[in-house]
Design a protein. Structure first.
Length: 378
């Protein structure tokens, strides 16, 4: 039975959105010629901290940020899986077109009497929501993990790696919290942790103040991806993001995943965790907009490029799960234990996200490449 299920899972359904929803290129710049051009645009670059000091600073930042997550978000740390059973349906497929597949391997186990088709996690996104029930988290209480993952289908450039270190977090909410006011409040709390970490490390290493990079703004701005498209309809998504970040410096880009006015998605998002289809009132002007999710983006003054620190959102209900899976042509996913748990109200409503550790350290320590922070391959 396991082998038959494996055969089915090898052919992940392609998306079938209205108007043929597409996105511009995903993670990574796209080619090494473009990477070279981007890095050349930086001009003269010298790291402020040497290799040894960098690793010591990383350790200090890690402790500081984790303490901030606990205090600001009411989270506690839990252990996180590195491998999962494919048949549980808890691995993160990262998008909804099946192009970024996890590393898998076969565990014989007991002379193949009880084999397991295992996968290395790409993120703990869905696992965390189930963990909220496992760890008996109450309302507005949650967990965070020191997650490690492998994403073999990423293009390897200066801010993308196939080895991923991430703070994955999840918090219990109720129906009344499923709105943009609540989402934006959580974003502000997360941003304050990052902003506080910047001030902490600048005090620890004053030389970081001498490299000509200004500090993060005190407040983060909120922008909907449809508004971004309306301003720059002829640019691809990353250039649109760079344009707004040159103005605002720190932005939460909201509503990623639902088709915009031209029928394209700003970026594809998986259909079974973030809720990107729900209509909600935009707090700034009362408009009705789509999506309860988004990304924390900052302007990287070293690389002169948009810099993503976090992706997050209010999670799907059993109703929006069915809507989004139907839109993406993945209704067969409803047979997985994770999806059944949502349909049967066995796991709580939640909000959650992931904060890239190496990218955050890269930004705060004024680095030009992830390889100055983490050990991986490029």
């Amino acid at each position: 039975m396991i082998q038959r299920s494996m055969a089915c899972l090898q052919h992940i359904p392609r998306r079938c959105f209205p108007k043929g929803v597409q996105e511009k290129p995903g993670p990574g710049i796209g080619s090494y010629e473009q990477v070279e051009q981007q890095l050349q645009s930086i001009g003269k670059y010298e790291q402020v901290l040497d290799n040894k000091s960098t690793q010591i600073a990383v350790a200090k930042l890690k402790l500081h940020i984790e303490e901030g997550l606990c205090n600001k978000m009411n989270l506690h740390r839990v252990e996180c899986p590195l491998i999962v059973d494919e048949l549980r349906g808890v691995n993160d497929m990262l998008d909804r077109d099946g192009s970024r597949t996890p590393v898998g391997f076969y565990i014989k186990n007991d002379h193949e009497k009880h084999p397991v088709n295992a996968q290395v996690v790409q993120a703990a996104t869905k696992w965390k929501r189930m963990a909220l029930a496992q760890f008996d988290c109450g309302l507005h209480e949650g967990v965070y993990t020191d997650m490690r993952a492998v994403r073999k289908d990423y293009f390897l450039d200066h801010d993308h790696s196939c080895y991923v270190a991430q703070w994955d977090w999840e918090m219990v909410i109720d129906e009344e919290d499923r709105n943009l006011d609540f989402l934006f409040d959580v974003v502000r709390r997360l941003y304050s942790v990052i902003k506080g970490a910047e001030q902490f490390i600048l005090d620890e290493y004053p030389d970081l103040k001498t490299c000509g990079v200004s500090e993060l703004p005190d407040d983060i701005e909120f922008v909907h991806c449809q508004d971004l498209f309306d301003r720059w309809p002829d640019l691809d998504r990353k250039k649109r993001e760079s344009m707004i970040l040159e103005e605002k410096k720190a932005v939460f880009l909201c509503g990623i995943g639902y088709p915009m006015s031209d029928g394209t998605a700003h970026e594809l998002r998986a259909s079974d965790y973030d809720d990107w289809c729900t209509e909600a009132e935009w707090p700034m002007d009362g408009r009705t907009m789509r999506g309860l999710n988004g990304d924390i983006l900052v302007w990287n003054q070293v690389t002169k490029r948009r810099h993503e620190l976090s992706s997050m959102g209010i999670r799907v209900t059993k109703d929006t799960l069915k809507i989004q899976l139907k839109m993406s042509g993945q209704e067969d996913f409803l047979n997985y234990p994770y999806h059944q748990a949502i349909l049967n109200d066995e796991i709580p409503l939640s909000i959650g996200g992931g904060i890239g550790q190496s990218r955050t350290f890269m930004y705060l320590l004024r680095k030009a490449h992830l390889g100055e922070i983490e050990i991986s391959v490029w």
